[in-house]
Every structure is written in C-alpha cells, then in structure tokens.
Design a protein around this ligand. Sequence first.
Ligand SMILES: Nc1ncnc2c1ncn2[C@@H]1O[C@H](COP(=O)(O)OP(=O)(O)O)[C@@H](O)[C@H]1O
Ligand SMILES: [Mg+2]
Length: 314
Amino acid sequence: MQKDPQLRKAIRDRHSFFGHNPIVVKLLEDIQRVAIKNTPILLEGETGTGKSLLARKIHDISQRKGPFVSINCATFSQHLLETELFGHAKGAFTGAKDARKGLVATAQDGTLFLDEIGELPLDSQPKLLHLLEEKTIRPVGSDKEFDTSVRIVAATNQRLKSLVKQGLFRADLYYRLSVVPFTSPPLRERPDDIEALTKTFVSQLCEEHELSKPNISTESINALKAHHWPGNIRELRNHIERSLLLCVPLDQKLPIYEKGSTAINKHCLKSLEKAHILMVIDESSGNKSQAANNLGISRRTLDRKLKRWEQEVA
Ligand SMILES: Nc1ncnc2c1ncn2[C@@H]1O[C@H](COP(=O)(O)OP(=O)(O)O)[C@@H](O)[C@H]1O
Ligand SMILES: [Mg+2]
C-alpha cells in the first residue's frame, strides 16, 4: 500500500543540506555565521546543488519567529508576481474585490525565499530594491506604505553578474543582494560526498517506497563518482530512485558521458547540459513541462534554452 503523500513528504524532508567535502564544510560554517543576522543572502549554484535546501537551513538556523515563505520568480508574469509579493488593495484591478496581503507580509518576522531571482522582470526589480533598502512595501493599487521585517534569501542558477552586464539585472539590486553571496558547489566538485549522499538517499527512498534495502557495491559507488552529474544532487537522487524502482544496480542506466577531470571547459559543460536536457525531455516522452519539472528549472528557462540551441543550429 502507498504511504499517504504527507508522510512521504515528511520522510523526504527529513534530511538537511549535508556534506563532508571541505568546500561544503566551509560553506556550512559561513552560513552558520550569517544566518543569525538580518542581511540578505544570495545563493548561487547550478540547478540541483541544494540551494532550496540551504535557504531552508538558513531560516532554521536564524530562529526567526515568522514562517519560511518561498516563491519562484520564474513562474509568474510581472503583474502576478508583484501582486503575489506585495499584495493588492481593494479594487486595484478588475476582480480585486477585496484587499489581499502578499507573501512579503505573510513572511513577516520570517524568511522570504526568492528562487530563480535572475528571472525577476526588470520592471519589478526597483520594487524589490525598495523593500531591501527602505524595509517597506506598497501593495499594488495602494498609496500606503507598510513597514516590514523580513529576511530575504535569493537563489539563482545563472550568473547574476553576467545578467547585470547584459542589462537584464539592475546593478544596484545585484550589489544589495550579494552582500553575502554563497555558491553551492556542483556535485562533480565534491565526489567525496557521493557515497554518503547515496547511502542516505537509498535509505530514504527504500523507506518511502517500502522496498528492502539493497547492498551497495564499491563498483557502484566508483561508477557514481566517475559520472559528471550535470543535474547535480537532484539527478543523483532521481537516478537512485529510478534504479531502486526498476531493481537495477546503481551503476546501470547511467547516461554515459566522457569521463574526464573536473577541469571541464565551458564548451564541454554546455554540450553536457544540452545532452542531458534532451535526454530528460526524451524520458518525459516529449512533455516539456514535465521535463522542466524533473530538471528543476522553469518551463520558461527550458524554452529559452531550446530556442537558443535552435538558433545556434540555424
Ligand atoms: N547537500 C545536500 N544534502 C542532501 N540532499 C541534498 C543536498 N543538496 C541537494 N539535495 C537534494 O537534492 C535535490 C535538489 O536540491 P534543491 O535544494 O532543490 O536544489 P536547487 O534548489 O539548487 O536546484 C533535493 O531532493 C534535495 O533534497
Ligand atoms: Mg531549487
């Protein structure tokens, strides 16, 4: 019998961001130091490296009284994003029968996690800057300002600095957000954590799916360590889940990439990313929304990448 979704989620959420690799240990030490302060925090890193998990950890360490509230900036149009964040006044637009508070107000005394901050529309950026600098918000359609006390944690898998150079992200907002920047390292730079992560995921997933726990061979661990994991820990976890459900050893069905040193050049990384994304789309039987979901990126980001590759071919 399947466990109920609540219980499955509880099992899944039970672990926190962990690792013994020196880069990760230093990252966790630094996070411990700043989590208790009120400064905004910027989390950079490839998709699947644990940024969302880190954001949650920062909130837990901070011991702020309010809730942890999360929003993905890529999933809303500008207008919707602003009403979601700042709320709206009664009659602000057609259909706004009552005033509604936004997520900034919901996160009062807590943490607001802005995921995929690189997708924040340019026109909304001054409003976020205003919140960071003045600690006040003005709901859409209202002429009143409200005081707020919320800790902002933002995450991005794009290089915000290069978005600034391209004119897609305001420099003033970038500097305000990146007072304390952290980078969550890609899995291929911390192969020494693969064994512990694998064992944790195997235990969790066997419990979640009510499977008996298989032995994990040294060969399997070595094969997992040699893989490049363009989708990082999310890909590792998904790979383990698939292997357990299909009852195949962990070193089977690994997409084959060139084995190489960790010093892969940029061009090579891009082609790995492309190969991986196309494989995931294929595995989702061409369903791009599902593929985007599995890849942990927004549908908009996926479409943009595909369009870019089409143009490169044309
Ligand atoms: N350091 C870590 N320790 C344990 N699990 C992790 C770690 N980093 C990521 N994960 C797991 O990998 C998956 C992707 O993590 P997530 O935080 O959503 O990544 P991101 O936000 O960077 O795309 C989740 O299932 C998460 O639980
Ligand atoms: Mg995330």
